[in-house]
Design a protein around this ligand. Structure first.
Ligand code: SF4
Length: 356
């Protein structure tokens, strides 16, 4: 383990590196806890390049807690469309309402109060406390955790409670309590751009002489992880119905991916299925009855990859003659075709709509 006296040097080295290399990002120019909160949540599972525009759009549309709390969930999801992990948007919305109701609209200023907000965990609370309020809370996002695990050769897997605890303790120990905001942003940026998961730039690294993994030539062994992620394969078949210049959308309400987003009528199967196989299913008959004049055209086959799921998807365009007497049950909304863009949809549906 590295000497205690070196902790100070590590933090100062990180801060000096950051001053020279920091990226010019809009959320770095503010101490507004609301803006910092939004940026941290956007960046949790999104690369900075992609998050940049979303952040600006989101802040423009909802410039403060009140505006976000008063928005409809559909509006919030629409602004989030394409970012993925939609629970983040739903939690932001719910937390904004909590701030309005429980904190009289004033952004919470203590760590426990921040943790009481929907979707705010230790990492986000520490980021807000340190960056907005200058309080000495160390952050341990994925980037900071990787840097620490390599510098100190942390042998407990970082996806276990013990591993997270060890990383958090070291993070707190090396934190510069005078400049927690700069220190935290420095270590996160350092991990994102220099001490990267693959091909870290060790040769040009200013922390090289302090890095145990570098000294032992074991850099790529860290961070150690316990489990490999289990990937589930799912088979979706969407039906983009065109009938009298209208189409049908369904709101996903189950506790599953894309909750509260809209989609075309869907049949999900356990295995790959052709159209004739789908036509033999009960759900197909519920949707399309025995109507023989409907024309199905296969438009797109796409594999949509999420963190734990691969969604193997077929899209069919379904032309129903205007003269037919066609309707779907109340769980589907009949909307003018040109109005689809008013509804929040998953990135998968968005990809299809960009083409067709
Ligand atoms: Fe990361 Fe390499 Fe620097 Fe160690 S020497 S902190 S592994 S970039």
């Amino acid at each position: 383990m590295i000497e205690h006296s070196n902790f100070f040097v590590i933090s100062k080295t990180l801060q000096r590196w950051y001053e020279k290399n920091k990226r010019d990002l809009p959320w770095r120019k503010t101490k507004d806890p609301y803006a910092i909160w939004i940026s941290e949540v956007i960046l949790q599972q999104t690369r900075v390049n992609q998050g940049y525009d979303y952040f600006l759009r989101f802040i423009r549309r909802f410039p403060n807690v009140k505006a976000l709390a008063e928005a409809s969930e559909e509006d919030v999801l629409k602004q989030w469309q394409g970012l993925g992990y939609y629970s983040r948007a739903r939690h932001l919305h719910a937390a904004a309402k909590q701030i309005e109701e429980n904190f009289h609209g004033k952004f919470p200023q203590t760590y426990p109060d921040l943790l009481s907000l929907k979707g705010v965990g230790k990492y986000t609370a520490a980021a807000i406390m340190s960056i907005a309020y200058g309080a000495p809370f160390a952050v341990t996002d994925g980037n900071a955790s990787r840097v620490i695990s390599r510098l100190f050769m942390v042998n407990e897997p970082i996806d276990t409670a013990q591993g997270r605890k060890t990383i958090a303790e070291i993070a707190q120990t090396i934190l510069d309590p005078q400049h927690p905001d700069i220190h935290n942003q420095a270590i996160m940026d350092f991990g994102a751009t220099l001490c990267k998961p693959q091909q870290p730039k060790c040769i040009e690294c200013p922390l090289q002489t302090h890095c145990l993994a570098f000294a032992k030539n074991t850099v790529l062994k860290y961070p150690i992880k316990n489990k490999s992620t289990k990937i589930t394969k799912r088979y979706f078949h969407y039906f983009h119905i065109v009938y009298n210049n209208h189409t049908y959308l369904h709101k996903r309400e189950a506790d599953d991916i894309w909750k509260n987003l809209y989609e075309f009528p869907l049949i999900e199967t356990a295995n790959p299925s052709t159209l004739p196989e789908l036509q033999n299913t009960e759900i197909f008959h519920q949707i399309f009855k025995e109507n023989r004049s409907i024309v199905f055209t296969h438009k797109l086959h796409i594999k949509h990859i999420l963190s734990h799921q691969i969604i193997d998807t077929n899209f069919y365009k379904v032309k129903i003659p205007d003269s037919e007497n066609f309707s779907l049950s109340d769980e589907f909304r009949k909307i003018p075709i040109d109005n689809i863009s008013d509804f929040p949809v998953s990135r998968l549906i968005h990809k299809y709509l960009e083409k067709f």
